[in-house]
Design a protein around this ligand. Structure first.
Ligand code: C2E
Ligand code: CA
Ligand code: CA
Ligand code: CA
Length: 274
């Protein structure tokens, strides 16, 4: 009946309001956490499959909430993006990552995730230049990870920014490759240095359809002269399959979970001594 529908609407909107309130609270608390510099950075190794050597580490933001405990980045990054906090949060992660990388072996690069929103408005190129200068990190040791979303809005502006970043001497990786719409065209849209194949492909690497897709990605990567990282590698069997496909680098729980700087170790499982 009409009445029942109206009640439904009331319940629905009350739920929506509760959800919105919770989001606002989280946003306010996140703003405070950023202000108090409480966002931590963990690092996850990217390992050369053939040697077990750590080639780079990915910086991943961590927020330990006073009362709610660990809040996953997938949640608070979205809140930061919606609340206009992502630029400040991104700057903090970048600054810490560059500083921390100076304590790592000189042949280990550090990768930092960029939100598409960091491209809009803010002066990303200056921010990156400043973080490098302030830390003393050579630009060749910094990798910036972006997703296809960077190409969705303001394509020409964002492309220009990407080119200016690359001109600084940092390298650019296309993250979460394969989960978007027309990934192959994005690969050719910019001279990326690296492509990170999404975990969903690695999960299904025992299927022949997946192997076929990965083979064509490997071939394309060779043509475009970019290197490949497999994300979300969890088993030794996956490592074997990746190696037989000619994929040189892997990242995932098989090697290490993301850990605090102090807990990083430079030799993964199955590594030969340097
Ligand atoms: P991402 O950039 O794709 O990062 C990889 C995510 O996969 C990380 O999740 C990592 O912990 C997880 N992962 C790595 N290996 C494995 C594995 O073997 N198994 C499983 N199940 N998961 C694995 P995390 O740290 O929760 O971050 C989630 C996402 O949040 C990131 O995905 C990235 O999109 C975003 N994020 C994290 N830190 C930042 C940041 O500083 N800035 C921005 N813009 N985004 C960030
Ligand atoms: Ca990433
Ligand atoms: Ca990824
Ligand atoms: Ca992701």
């Amino acid at each position: 009946s009409k009445n029942a529908g109206r009640n439904c609407f009331h319940i629905y909107s009350a739920e929506l309001k509760a959800e919105a309130d919770q989001r606002n609270v989280l946003e306010i608390e996140l703003r405070e956490a950023i202000w108090r510099d409480e966002i931590e950075v963990f690092y996850q190794p990217v390992t050369e499959l053939g040697t077990g050597r750590v080639k780079s580490v990915e910086a991943l933001a961590r927020w330990h909430h006073d009362t709610r405990g660990f809040i996953p980045p997938t949640e608070f990054i979205a809140v930061a993006e919606a609340g206009g906090l992502i630029v400040e949060l991104g700057n903090q992660v970048l600054t810490k990552a560059c500083r921390d990388a100076m304590t790592m072996p000189g042949d280990v690069n550090v990768a930092v995730n960029l939100s598409a929103l960091q491209f809009a408005g803010s002066n990303l190129v200056d921010t990156v230049t400043f973080a490098l200068a302030q830390s003393g990190l050579p630009e060749s040791r910094l990798e910036l990870e972006i997703t296809e979303s960077v190409f969705l809005a303001d394509t020409q502006e964002n492309l220009k920014t990407l080119q200016r970043l690359k001109a600084l001497g940092v390298s650019i990786a296309l993250d979460d490759f394969g989960v978007g719409y027309s990934s192959l065209s994005y690969l050719t849209a910019f001279p990326f240095d690296k492509v990170k194949i999404d975990k969903s492909f690695i999960d299904r690497i025992d299927r022949c359809e997946t192997v076929a897709v990965l083979k064509s990605i490997v071939q394309l990567a060779r043509t475009l002269k970019l290197t490949i990282v497999a994300e979300g590698v969890e088993t030794r069997e996956q490592v074997g399959r990746l190696q037989s496909l000619g994929i040189p680098l892997g990242q995932g729980f098989f090697f290490s979970k993301p850990v605090p700087l102090a807990d990083l170790s430079w030799q993964g499982p199955g590594a030969r001594r340097r």
